[in-house]
Design a protein around this ligand. Structure first.
Ligand SMILES: [Zn+2]
Length: 183
């Protein structure tokens, strides 16, 4: 009897809030912190910049990399139009990737190929983020007066309600022991 109760307790513990999986959700910035960080990096707050922030936040968690890691490489594939490009500044704000470090860049593509690719150059792990079609549709129709409310909404939604993530693997291009770009 006691043994079976203990089993139930253990199962409850594993299923409960103690099981954080691989992603340290507790360390995440709150929605208002996300808004403040996007404002600081980007000069205004818009939902696309927040989407970029959220993708970058998830990438650091999944790749187990700290902000400003030299292993990071970020490429935002986007039409060269404001709002879609705004995501890059959200990505910069959270990942610490910068043009000066040459580890974030824009690549022009049609809207149908809009995506963000974040790689760990020391392991070759590559994460591709795509906004969900229903969220892109929602943002396409947003009025200027709704930008603040929509930004807050996107700062608060669960990852899975904003974007999909797929992982692929490529050859490492960075030697982490010396942080040297491999030939
Ligand atoms: Zn913007």
């Amino acid at each position: 009897m006691i043994a079976s109760m203990m089993t139930i307790l253990i199962v409850m513990t594993l299923d409960g809030p103690g099981d954080q999986g691989a992603r340290p959700q507790a360390a995440r910035a709150s929605a208002s912190e996300v808004i403040a960080k996007v404002l600081d990096a980007h000069g205004h707050v818009g939902p696309w910049a927040v989407v970029g922030y959220r993708m970058g936040q998830r990438a650091l968690e999944d790749l187990h990399l700290p902000r400003h890691s030299k292993s990071l490489s970020v490429v935002h594939y986007t039409p060269l139009q404001f709002k879609f490009t705004c995501a890059a500044d959200g990505l910069m704000a959270v990942t610490g990737a910068t043009p000066g470090k040459m580890n974030i860049r824009l690549e022009e593509c049609p809207i149908s190929d809009l995506r963000t690719v974040v790689a760990d150059r020391s392991t070759g792990r590559v994460l591709t983020f795509k906004i969900l079609p229903e969220r892109a549709h929602e943002l396409a129709g947003v009025a200027p007066t709704q930008l603040d409310a929509m930004s807050r909404r996107f700062a608060d939604l669960p990852d899975e309600a904003i974007f999909s993530v797929t992982e692929t693997k490529t050859a490492p291009t960075l030697d982490r022991s010396s942080e040297r770009i491999l030939p």
